[in-house]
Design a protein around this ligand. Sequence first.
Ligand SMILES: *Cc1c(COP(=O)(O)O)cnc(C)c1O
Length: 296
Amino acid sequence: MTMNPSVGAPVQHLDRLGRHLGIELYAQRDDLLPFPLAGNKARKLHAELKGFRAVPSILVTNGAVDSNHCRTTAWMAAELGVQSHLVLHGRSEGHATSLRLLDALGATYTIVHPDDIASAIAEAVRRAHLAGGTPHVIPGGGHSPRGARVYRRVGRRVLRTVGADVTFVASGTGATHGGLTAAAELEGERTRVVGVSVARQAERGVAAVAEAAAWAGAPNATIEFWDDYRAGGYGLSDERIDEAVALGWRFGLPLDATYTGKAFAALIDHARANRRSRVLFWHTGGLWNFVVQGGT
Ligand SMILES: *Cc1c(COP(=O)(O)O)cnc(C)c1O
């Protein structure tokens, strides 16, 4: 593996943007991990894959057609010299750029109805076994104990360094948010860790984050999960999110409407009500989502 996620993802003091918002603003730039189009999936998948004693012959996982998790899996598989098979949902129309990248990386994929994901994964595993291979299935979104624990580890270091009043992070499957929540809890940090939902409503979202926090060693952690910046659901946006994205870009901070823009919109509202507070924005990536938004 060429990536070492413990290096190259800096904490930055975003002085000018912070002054604009009236807060002390810091960012943990996981979008700058040493991996192409990096984000939290690079960190989570690296943690998932480095645990192997014998490298499998094929990685199987699932996600949306534009999924950062699926693309990163295909990319790491290509680096490792193993096959990848992706079970994708969503329509292929409008996603030619994402599919072209998966093709270039040598991934195979099927695009199925969401109801058929589990059976398509089972079928891929069966075929791999028949061909004498050793398949390994990675949970969708990299939602796994290893993913949560790697965020606890890096979270403890970064939260201690920054000493923020509150940390904002985009929350999807919940492994990143759960790991960071566990980090704050175990570190005895006063920072609140606010996960801003990119898709799920509170009931389902909180349960998944609590599960991830438990994987990371904090089964009784308090979960702060904000579900009022979803803009209707995964991949949807509204004016408030679009404005947050536009503001970030004007200050040179790349954001996207699917993930980081939702977390940043919540951060902006927090800043309005809490001038001079010390805030950490945990940047989870999403540059590809900005690039392909609208589809090509
Ligand atoms: C997947 C993803 C998230 C959500 O991470 P989870 O660990 O699934 O909650 C946030 N931001 C970006 C850019 C992502 O790709």
